[in-house]
Design a protein around this ligand. Structure first.
Ligand SMILES: Nc1nc2c(ncn2[C@@H]2O[C@H](COP(=O)(O)OP(=O)(O)OP(=O)(O)O)[C@@H](O)[C@H]2O)c(=O)[nH]1
Ligand SMILES: [Mg+2]
Length: 500
């Protein structure tokens, strides 16, 4: 919706939170917590990166930041929830479960930030915050989470009834990127795993799914990303996933991370390796463990690259990355910068960034307002008191009345098929409700550059069409209600064009 309407939502949520701080003033801990949520409305969006152990979460976070700030490792690595936010100087702060927060030393090794967690302290640490000067973190704070260790196969399916108070608990994150590897798992298992509830409980509207370590699909063959994208496309149209996440993209996080942090020396080593006959290099890489050892399966020509360097290279690029990198150099990519661009382009990172921008960035205020209301709602339920009833009523009024929430709920219900419309109508409704982006032109299926007159004309057309649908006696009551929501959306766009 227009900035004005969304601004009004933020203001309403800010006002009710502010009043709540006063109502709970005699309970300092609760008042502080609520005040924290009030302040949070103006802070960057918090996006958690969640998924099973070793799904590639920290690597993907580094790729998004463009620097190696999150430690990654083949063994279980991220032990505590770690926040990465933009700040003037690098700074690491440990927040214990009880007691004072304290700074940790900022140390770098080989280009990567090292976080020295005191031995044995993981249990006592509530979280770490890493302040890091970074353009990529300016609008979004990224939260790295420890891997969820096991799949709970019998977790009940999440209801699509977005924002039903019984169904949502407040989380620290406003939105979630959920990583899943797609190895030999049957599709059914993959879907089941997506329903898993973990650190950041998923609700379709604030969740984006990532098929991670996409380069490993098909054993790291050179067409791996092609296969991975096909898998992602299949899941995008999978009705069972619609109620669980907004979109699914395939990303080779390692390739993206290395592309964004590529060093000249690495380019030189790859260039050296690209002189090894392709079949020889390929067969050497087939046994990745031997590629990096002395006397390993690398024939003459690659001998100029010592085993230790080959080993390091494999850690930075993976089998697929070494194959792709050398192939690109053979095809004429002649500089480190050129190679870096090409690796990132092929990693799927840009597609993920686009999806994060449309699904989260453009909905920032609505997602923030949602987090604030969920938090307040949990306090009002746990600790009702004289004077809090009207706060409850106000929360209810905003949740049910604000058109942004009505839209998101309907979008969620359409995607989860809790509300069913004829296929073509459902598709248009989802688009108009902002599925592919909240900008009016996007909602109306126009080019982004469409001018005001075009937007106005298309909105008027859509309005007339949906008014007709709403009169259609063949539609069920729920379908007619859905039409009314879409009508309101079209009216909002028309208003914005005439007043904005
Ligand atoms: N081939 C390949 N390897 C990857 C990719 N992403 C991560 N890895 C490797 O997988 C291992 C785990 O990566 P992390 O980023 O530490 O995974 P994580 O999910 O943060 O792991 P935990 O924090 O321990 O749960 C490391 O050895 C990475 O190099 C990828 O896209 N492709
Ligand atoms: Mg990790």
């Amino acid at each position: 919706m227009s900035a004005g309407v969304t601004g009004a939502l933020s203001a309403a949520v800010g006002a009710v939170l502010g009043q709540a701080v006063e109502v709970y003033a005699d309970e300092p801990a609760t008042a502080r917590w609520l005040h924290g949520h009030l302040v949070r409305l103006d802070e960057p969006l918090r996006v958690a990166i969640a998924g099973k152990v070793k799904a590639g979460k920290s690597t993907l976070l580094n790729a998004l930041v463009g620097e190696q700030v999150a430690p990654t490792d083949a063994g279980e690595c991220t032990r505590v929830v770690t926040w990465y936010r933009d700040g003037p100087h690098p700074r690491i702060t440990l927040h214990p479960r009880s007691g004072q927060a304290r700074p940790l030393p900022v140390r770098r090794h080989d280009g990567a930030l090292v976080i020295d967690l005191p031995p044995g302290s993981a249990e006592e640490v509530e979280r770490l915050t890493v302040d890091w000067p970074s353009q990529s973190l300016r609008a979004t704070t990224l939260i790295d989470t420890p891997g969820m260790s096991s799949l709970s196969a019998h977790v009940a399916r999440r209801s699509v009834m977005f924002l039903q108070p019984d169904d949502d608990t407040p989380t620290e994150a406003d939105a979630v990127v959920y990583l899943m590897r797609h190895l030999h798992a049957a599709d059914a298992q993959f879907l089941e795993a997506f329903r898993d509830q973990g650190v950041a409980r998923a609700a379709s509207v604030n969740t984006v799914g990532v098929i991670s370590r996409a380069d490993e699909i098909g054993g790291g063959r050179i067409d791996a990303m092609f296969s991975a994208n096909a898998v992602a496309r299949r899941y995008r149209t999978e009705p069972a996933l619609h109620g669980l996440c907004q979109n699914v993209v395939a990303v080779a996080g390692l390739l993206a991370q290395t592309g964004r942090t590529l060093r000249q020396a690495e380019f030189a080593v790859l260039a050296e390796l690209s002189r090894v006959p392709r079949e020889d290099l390929d067969s050497a890489l087939l046994i990745a463990d031997r590629f990096g050892v002395d006397g390993g399966a690398l024939p003459a020509g690659g001998a100029a690259v010592p085993a230790a360097q080959r080993h390091e290279l494999l850690g930075r690029f993976g089998v697929f990355g070494v194959r792709l990198g050398t192939a690109l150099i053979r095809q004429g990519v002649g500089t480190a910068a050129g190679l870096a661009t090409e690796l990132v382009r092929r990693s799927g990172l840009h597609e993920l960034q686009d999806v994060l921008q449309t699904q989260f960035g453009q909905r920032r205020d609505v997602l923030k307002a949602r987090s604030g209301l969920l938090a307040l709602d949990s306090v009002l339920r746990a600790d009702p008191r004289p004077g809090s009833e009207w706060l409850t009523a106000e929360v209810e009024r905003i949740l049910t009345g604000a058109h942004e929430f009505v839209e998101l709920r309907l979008l969620s219900a359409l995607r989860g098929r809790a509300v069913v419309l004829p296929v073509a109508m459902a598709r248009e409704a989802e688009r108009l409700l902002g599925e592919a982006g909240a900008a009016p032109a996007t909602r109306l299926g126009l080019p982004v550059a469409a001018d005001r007159a075009e937007v106005g004309a298309a909105a008027a057309d859509a309005l007339a069409r949906w008014q007709d649908h709403a009169e259609n006696p063949m539609l069920s009551r729920t379908a007619t209600d859905a039409c009314r929501v879409v009508i309101r959306t079209c009216e909002g766009m028309l208003d914005a064009v005439s007043t904005g």
